[in-house]
Write a protein that binds this ligand. Structure first.
Ligand code: GLA
Length: 382
């Protein structure tokens, strides 16, 4: 079974956009292994849009890799990625063209799925641009899911229709293993926050076999790259480590796929440490795949999230998503089903420092500065 746990990997779009080529993919593959990202679980290396020639081959009808960017073809790149122990991902679109105006798979689904299988592809991100007016989105995703089933290779199907057409209700039945539930992320705090908050009500629509994908991570981009947002004031243009810390904590708590979006070849120690935090990944990858819920604080934009895990463990995330410092964050144990009278509490371990706070009962308070978070991996204990 594919996607038993939220898929993890790297995707080219956030940083590289159109500027992708064989060399950068192979260097990224090297780094993913060298830096321990593969060991931490990041196994898919996904090439997003802009990898092909502008037109299909007139004879075969196949999509053709860009000869400048990928002079040795895609099988060559995929063989290299596989030789590193990684899995190889590609991108197409259910419309006539991709979002950046390269050939889409509309009416070519079975041929394209076979082509991707020939490349040795293990993952397909499938976008939603240039969909003919009268074509039904859910049917186009069903069609590609069928084509992938029949292509002779096991390929994880990553649907990307930005949350349109009630996708949370049909993505799983259509055959997707993950589905994008929002428009595109940008490397700025307001957008990251907006995306996360927009999915609180959709947290239940995610679980083993088909996960809600709240988009690729911007952690470690620091304002450089394709989705670095230059429409904002200089002061707001990039995010800071505190924002990335909260972004990663939210993505882990929401059981979102974890697709790194920064340039892994230039990643700094802070980002690497964050993205390979074992406790946070354990929370994201929990085998039961239960959704988190809000215990309190959503109206004040200081939501406390709780996620039940396997082995009597519980994850708790406190956030201050506002722009105000020193806000009160709380957990009332009553709200999560642990009444004082029953004698149970949580042994709380800070996932960032490793500190064991002992067994806490009844109420847990802390204050957080703007954009900060605190995350605990807890055991239910007497
Ligand atoms: C859409 C998707 C992005 C990316 C681009 C590529 O906007 O949502 O994630 O794949 O297309 O053009």
């Amino acid at each position: 079974m594919l996607a038993k746990k939220p898929p993890m990997g790297f995707n080219t779009w956030n940083t590289f956009g159109r500027k992708i080529d064989e060399k950068m993919i192979m260097e990224t593959a090297d780094k993913m292994v060298e830096l321990g990202l593969l060991d931490a679980g990041y196994e898919y290396l996904v090439i997003d849009d802009c990898w092909s020639e502008k037109q299909r081959d007139p004879q075969s009808g196949k999509i053709v890799p860009d000869k400048q960017k990928f002079p040795n073809g895609m099988k060559y790149v995929s063989d290299y990625v596989h030789s590193k122990g990684l899995k190889f991902g590609m991108y197409s679109c259910c419309g006539t063209r991709t979002c950046d105006d390269f050939p889409g798979s509309f009416d070519h689904e079975f041929l394209d799925a076979k082509t991707f299988a020939e490349y040795g592809c293990d993952f397909l991100k499938y976008d939603y641009c240039f969909k003919p007016e009268n074509a039904v989105g859910s049917v186009l995703y069903r069609k590609m899911a069928m084509a992938l089933k029949m292509c002779g290779r096991e390929i994880l199907f990553s649907a990307c229709n930005w949350g349109c057409d009630g996708v949370n209700t049909w993505a799983r039945s259509a055959g997707a293993h993950m589905y994008r539930s929002t428009g595109d992320i940008f490397d700025n705090y307001p957008r990251m926050k907006e995306i996360a908050l927009s999915q609180v009500e959709n947290l239940p629509y995610s679980g083993p076999g088909c996960f809600n994908d709240i988009d690729m991570l911007t952690c470690g981009m620091y304002g450089f790259g394709n989705v670095a947002d230059d429409h904002l004031d200089e002061s707001e243009r990039k995010q800071y480590d505190i924002d990335y810390k909260t972004e990663f904590a939210l993505w882990c708590m929401f059981s979102s796929p974890l697709m790194i979006g920064c340039d892994i070849r230039k990643i700094n120690d802070t980002t690497l440490k964050l993205l390979t935090n074992k406790d946070m990944i354990r929370i994201n990858q929990d085998e039961e795949g239960r959704p988190a819920y809000v215990a309190r604080g959503l109206e004040e934009e200081c939501p406390t999230f709780v996620k039940l895990l396997s082995d009597n463990e519980v994850a708790v995330l406190f956030t201050n998503l506002t722009d105000m410092d020193d806000r009160d964050c709380r957990l009332f144990f009553d709200d999560i089903g642990l009444q004082v009278a029953d004698g149970y509490g949580l042994r709380m371990k800070d996932v960032f420092t490793g500190e064991d706070l002992g067994v806490r009962k009844e109420i847990f308070n802390l204050r957080l500065d703007k954009h900060d978070c605190a995350m605990y991996l807890c055991k239910i204990e007497k």
